[in-house]
Design a protein around this ligand. Structure first.
Ligand SMILES: [Zn+2]
Length: 1030
């Protein structure tokens, strides 16, 4: 009917009929009903009504029929569809439609509610037009609308007229899109009125349509303000780096925040799918397929010969050097190393497994990575299931430590030290001997530390607090940290059980936002006391004062400011990256002075990313010093009532160069601490410091049998901050120094792995830890890998960023993973030399089989790879440049396919092989294009966890009956990663490299035979991996 001109015909009929002296309402009413129906489907209906002059006649009809309810109602229905077009709405406004409607819309009544509803809905539609909104503001309708809202809200106790109330609020919402509208709203006490009318019915589901609009209005009208910081630029500056443009102090006005129609839905029901942007794809075939020349003089590459000693080394020397070569540390600490040194290699493996894979593993001896393929923890939790049957909800709501109490084997420690004897404040872990002298109680601190260390559980694999302390003294930070964080120093053992994702309760975000708005409404209830700041001095910390005490000046620490807002609530601001004014996301700080069993709310108010896994089941991590001293040292996922949403803070437009001020986001979470007067550490993710890495490498080196494992730890280069960036080489020692054996050794293909270019992605370091420990282990798979490859590993590409608590950048404020196209030695030394080393390997015909850079992903779950493919990129971009004439082998897909079958956390479905323009200067794309490495990858591990594969459900949950579980199985969406799962991924990655080799045509007969024997002996689930691709 619409396509045949039905709308026009009916509208014309309406106009003709309405213009007659006495219209026949018996025909007119059905006509108006029909128009209202068609108008819903005809997108151009408003325009057609305007052109045919149907607006005026309908308005006149309505005016005439103010006291004839049926006639009026029909006119309003027609007006409602006319007004769905903004231009028509504006025209109706000019012709006095709003005044007419306001005559119809009355305070609460039970009569003519159909008419009132229709009139309110027409008014709401009209106010979508800015000119109407402006008129409404000028005529003072805002306070009238607020009064109507109050009246209907207070009288309609049975919630019979929710739709009228919703339409009234929509009127206010549209008006609030205008700056003048927001001003009028605030002046009319709109915030107070809406807040007080709705605060007591937040969880009334029948009022859902009302409350969601109220929330949108309150958020929209909340006056925008700058962050409570002196400057957005980092509190730490590094003078030697290239200076960045600084922002002059600027007083913000409301103009800075002019952003019409900005609104954000309640995230409670949002889907987390991230949209891929196709216009970022590189569609230039020349760019995709050409190989750029060398980015430096060829002769410069010779310096990397010294980093590839394995290619020239004569093993007489090595035999002599292996024992004490490159020993970085003081021998006095070697007495304290607790690396198990069992007699047989098998024993070593077992011992290592026990420790690094968690206590519960002692019962289930595991000797090979093969037995863990796609098994996840399922075979492990038979033991822990017998432990305390604590539901994850108790875990969530209370401390989370209950789960690990099965680790009571260390009760001897517990007995040796009485809890009340601990002076938690005094456990300050001074890093420098100099700081001891400055400390108020130097001697006591040192003695206490010594006493504590005697109780240290000496079973933590590849950790030693004494060695850590010694290494920490050599770590150079911009702020010259003098303290160590207890968790880094003391060490971490993963909890015995995996932790499921946090179930998001509907409405949590709404309650939190109302609490934020309450601050504006009831300012006298807000304490607003700065209790910690890197920028300014704050009132001297009185131990007896009833507030938490914060601290962040230690390696990888990040907290800039803490403000107590209510008795148990704190606003936290994280520091931007050194020499930068952005990238606030990572946090890691110490908090003291808490009461047990009291919920504390923390709000990190200057986060930058628009969404976060904190909205989808992820919890921050917590480490309790008292728990550690009770024999349970470890980071656990903690916190509840977690959500992440846009707040009212804005960056001033002066800083952004006139662009709309950047928004900030709040991460809010509640924590119930496990002990009174504890010292707890809270972090975005499991911390892994540079000093941890250096300690780890030292202990790894000392753990290997130099007669079997070829392990070299050397320095790639110095960073801007003066820290050595380590480079590790791992292979198997040749069986002898016979020419044959030496030749086999030198001809082994290279595998190059890097990690942690982004300092906030500590998950990448845990994956790397798993990779390194696996590669030096006596696992038969690791042995085969060593005998067939030379691994070149740069475990931390951005040590300075890690040390100084950055999230993204280096000391020069640059994202180092955007510098691979043309890195410069003096600005991005680690990238320059990592690339140089790769260029060198290429230049001697030894390009790596696989290059992989480990990262962390904040938006997605699981672990996956990004690779590079010309064909897939062009196909995705629907490029007309026919990929048909391009030949590209699909070998880049093999490794991710293998990992999909092997690794519990890995999923092929999230992998992508597209080359984006914005990624042109990343390691993955540059190594692929410039070095021609077709298997060049980024491996992304979620900060959150897994929602597929064996980790979708936690085994001990599956084994519980429905009545034992607090809620249905479906509500446990999956597993949050612990360090265990991340380390396991590192080992699985290595296994994947072996299978990849077995599938390749170049695989040696000898390796194939040996691997087949090994794999056949393993579980049959592996058999199919051996079948080569056709
Ligand atoms: Zn990254």
């Amino acid at each position: 009917m619409i396509s045949k001109g039905g709308s026009e015909a009916l509208l014309q009929t309406l106009v003709d009929m309405a213009r007659t002296a006495s219209p026949d309402y018996d025909v007119l009413l059905p006509l108006l009903r029909l128009l209202a129906k068609i108008g819903l489907r005809d997108k151009k209906f408003g325009q057609k009504a305007l052109e045919l002059e149907a607006l005026d006649v309908t308005l006149i009809l309505a005016r005439k029929n103010l006291s004839h309810s049926q006639n009026l109602l029909h006119c309003l229905w027609a007006l409602r569809v006319f007004a769905s077009s903004v231009t028509t709405g504006a025209m109706l406004g000019i012709n006095g439609a709003m005044e007419l409607l306001l005559k119809v819309i009355t305070p609460y009544t039970q009569k003519s509610t159909q008419i009132i509803r229709a009139a309110t809905e027409v008014l709401a539609a009209l106010l979508k037009s800015k000119s109407n909104s402006r008129r409404a503001v000028n005529r003072g309708y805002v306070s009238g609308l607020l009064k109507l809202h109050q009246d209907w809200h207070s009288h309609d106790t049975a919630n019979s007229f929710v739709l009228i109330r919703r339409a009234l609020l929509l009127c206010l919402k549209h008006i609030a899109n205008l700056r003048s509208g927001r001003e009028a709203f605030l002046a009319a006490q709109g915030m107070e009125i809406l807040f007080s009318t709705t605060q007591n019915c937040l969880d009334d589901t029948s009022l859902e349509p009302v409350i969601s609009i109220v929330l949108q209005i309150l958020r929209q009208c909340y006056p925008k303000s700058p962050l409570p910081l002196v400057t957005a630029i980092s509190a730490y500056t590094f003078p030697d780096a290239r200076s960045i443009t600084s922002d002059p102090p600027h007083v913000l006005t409301e103009e800075d925040f002019e952003e019409d129609g900005e609104e954000e839905e309640d995230k409670d029901s949002d889907s987390e799918d991230v949209k891929e942007e196709d216009d970022d794809l590189e569609t230039d075939v020349i760019k995709l397929s050409s190989k750029p020349g060398l980015d430096r003089p060829a002769e410069e590459l010779m310096q990397y010969q010294a980093m590839c000693l394995e290619l020239s080394c004569n093993f007489e020397e090595l035999e002599f050097k292996a024992g004490d070569d490159l020993t970085f540390d003081e021998t006095q600490y070697t007495n304290h190393h607790h690396i198990p040194t069992p007699v047989s290699p098998k024993g070593r493996c077992l011992n290592k497994d026990q420790i690094s894979w968690g206590h519960e593993r002692e019962a289930t001896a595991q000797t090979s990575v093969l037995s863990r393929v796609k098994m996840g923890r399922s075979n492990l939790h038979l033991t822990s299931k017998n432990g305390p049957g604590i539901s994850p909800h108790q875990n969530v709501q209370s401390s989370g430590f209950g789960l690990s109490s099965s680790g009571s084997k260390s009760s001897s420690i517990q007995a040796s030290i009485k809890e009340d004897a601990w002076n938690i404040d005094a456990i300050s872990c001074p890093r420098m001997s100099a700081s001891l002298a400055n400390s108020t109680q130097p001697k006591e601190t040192a003695e206490l530390m010594d006493k504590l260390l005697q109780t240290h559980p000496k079973r933590m694999a590849f950790h030693d607090p004494y060695l850590y302390m010694a290494k920490a003294r050599r770590t150079r930070s911009v702020a010259d940290f003098t303290m160590m964080a207890f968790p880094d120093f003391w060490g971490h053992c993963p909890p015995a059980s995996a932790q499921s994702m946090l179930e998001r309760k509907c409405g949590v975000q709404r309650i939190k936002i109302f609490e934020d708005i309450r601050r504006l409404i009831q300012p006298n209830d807000v304490i607003n006391k700065v209790v910690f700041s890197l920028d300014e001095s704050w009132p001297s910390q009185d131990i007896t004062a009833d507030c938490l005490r914060f601290f962040s000046k230690f390696e990888s620490g990040n907290l800039r400011k803490a403000i107590q807002v209510r008795e148990f609530e704190y606003d936290l601001l994280v520091n931007s990256d050194v020499n930068s004014a952005q990238h606030q996301q990572w946090f890691y700080f110490k908090v003291m002075g808490m009461r047990a069993a009291t919920p504390y709310r923390f709000n990190v108010i200057n986060c930058e990313k628009p969404n976060s896994q904190f909205n989808y089941g992820m919890q921050p991590t917590l480490y309790s010093v008292k728990e550690a001293l009770l024999g349970r040292p470890g980071w656990v996922r903690m916190g509840y009532e977690i959500c992440y949403y846009k707040n009212h803070y804005r960056q001033s437009t002066a800083v952004t160069g006139g662009a709309s001020g950047k928004c900030y986001y709040t991460l809010t979470f509640a924590i119930t601490f496990p002990h009174d007067e504890d010292a707890c550490y809270l972090a975005y993710h499991y911390p892994y410091t540079y000093t941890t890495l250096m300690t780890h490498l030292d202990l790894l080196e000392k753990s290997v049998n130099p007669k079997q494992v070829y392990f070299r730890h050397e320095v790639l280069c110095q960073t801007l901050g003066g820290n050595p960036c380590p480079l590790v080489t791992i292979s198997a020692r040749p069986e002898s120094n016979s020419a044959d054996h030496l030749e086999q050794f030198r001809q082994r293909p290279y595998q190059v792995i890097t990690a942690r270019v982004h300092p906030g992605e500590s998950n990448a370091s845990w994956v790397m830890k798993g990779t390194l420990e696996f590669l030096v282990s006596s696992d038969p798979v690791a042995q085969l890998l060593r005998e067939n490859f030379i691994f070149k590993i740069i475990p931390m590409l951005n040590p300075d960023g890690v040390i100084n608590g950055n999230h993204r950048c280096s000391l020069s404020g640059e994202d180092l993973n955007r510098q691979w196209l043309s890195p410069r030695a003096h600005l991005q030394p680690t990238i320059y030399h990592a690339k140089g080393l790769l260029h060198y390997l290429c230049s001697i015909g030894r390009s790596p089989v696989v290059f992989c850079d480990f990262h962390g992903h904040s938006q997605k779950k699981n672990v996956f790879l990004y690779g590079c493919s010309i064909k897939e990129t062009l196909w995705q971009a629907e490029s007309t440049v026919g990929p048909s004439n391009l030949s590209e082998d699909v070998s880049y897909r093999t490794l991710p396919k293998i990992l999909d079958k092997l690794a519990p956390a890995f999923t092929m479905s999230s992998c992508s092989f597209l080359v984006e323009k914005s990624r042109a200067s990343t390691a993955r794309v540059v190594v692929w294009r410039e070095m021609g490495v077709s298997r060049s990858y980024t491996m992304e591990s979620s900060y959150c966890g897994c929602n597929q594969g064996p980790y979708q459900h936690i085994q001990w949950l599956l084994e519980m009956t429905n009545s034992e579980r607090a809620c249905p199985l479906d509500s446990f969406q999956g597993l949050q990663f612990g360090t265990h799962e991340l380390e396991e991924m590192g080992a699985m990655f290595c296994l994947g490299l072996l299978i990849l080799e077995l599938k390749s045509v170049s695989c040696s007969h000898q390796l194939l035979t040996r691997a087949t024997t090994l794999l056949n002996a393993a579980e049959e689930s592996l058999d199919h991996h051996l079948q080569r691709d056709a």
